[in-house]
Design a protein around this ligand. Structure first.
Ligand code: DX5
Ligand code: ZN
Length: 227
């Protein structure tokens, strides 16, 4: 059976002065998750939001909050993000020397645990942790900014990760983040992604519903059910 295609708008490209309205708008436009990018100015060269914004957004949307931690010391903030209402907390393998402990710490708080990789980090670094995670995020840009160009070589990483997940019978979501647009969504889905993160593709247009359905309606080229 075909897996559902989930769309996660990244609020990084939203109008921050009208953030609650923007979130309500993407929820009404058919989003499945809300992707929140947390940047610490150290692991990545940018600063964004922290637990108070996650908490505030929890009050304005029923969408699951998919929180992407681009932080050097994620461990110290996991309790606060869990309390704030994160549904998924995703950490970078490059920033977590005790990745197993970090993933357990997320799950102990009743939050779904995700793991993510920068474009130059091999997928083989996931091998040992894969059975423990609820989500795998393959970065298709170098994290830090919205509106960057999709790095096509990341498609192979998506394909390999899909095989690794299938091999162990994992039901973890496979998410792709960075430069995803209607014109490359088919290739990303064909490689095996379940969740498409899209920031600038959604928020730079006027019709959020049209963009979200254009991303979602992209056919899986390898799926006979959808041919
Ligand atoms: C990049 C962030 C992404 C970003 C995606 O560091 O992790 O979530 O918002 O933005 P677009 O879709 O514009 O590449
Ligand atoms: Zn992100």
């Amino acid at each position: 059976m075909a897996r559902p295609i989930l769309i996660a708008p990244s609020i990084l490209s939203a109008d921050f002065a009208r953030l609650a309205d923007e979130v309500v708008a993407v929820e009404q436009a058919g989003a499945d998750l809300l992707h929140i990018d947390v940047m610490d100015g150290h692991f990545v060269p940018n600063l964004t939001v922290g637990p108070p914004i996650v908490k505030a957004l929890k009050n304005v949307t029923k969408l699951p909050l998919d929180v992407h931690l681009m932080m050097t010391n994620a461990d110290a903030f996991i309790p606060d993000f869990a309390k704030a209402g994160a549904d998924y907390l995703t950490v970078h393998v490059e920033a977590c020397p005790h990745l197993h402990r970090t993933i357990q710490s997320i799950k102990e708080r009743g939050v779904k645990a995700g793991v993510t990789l920068n474009p130059a980090t091999p997928v083989q670094t996931l091998e040992e942790i894969l059975p423990d995670v609820d989500l795998v995020l393959i970065m298709s840009v170098n994290p830090g900014f919205g509106g960057q160009q999709f790095i096509a070589s990341c498609l192979n990483k998506v394909r390999t990760t899909r095989q690794m997940l299938d091999r162990i019978g994992s039901r973890a979501l496979l998410e792709v983040d960075g430069g995803v647009k209607a014109d490359n969504a088919a290739a990303v889905l064909e490689a095996g992604a379940d969740v498409l993160v899209a920031g600038s593709a959604i928020f730079s247009g006027r019709d959020y519903a049209a963009t979200i359905s254009a991303l979602r309606m992209t056919k899986r080229v390898d799926d006979p059910v959808h041919r």
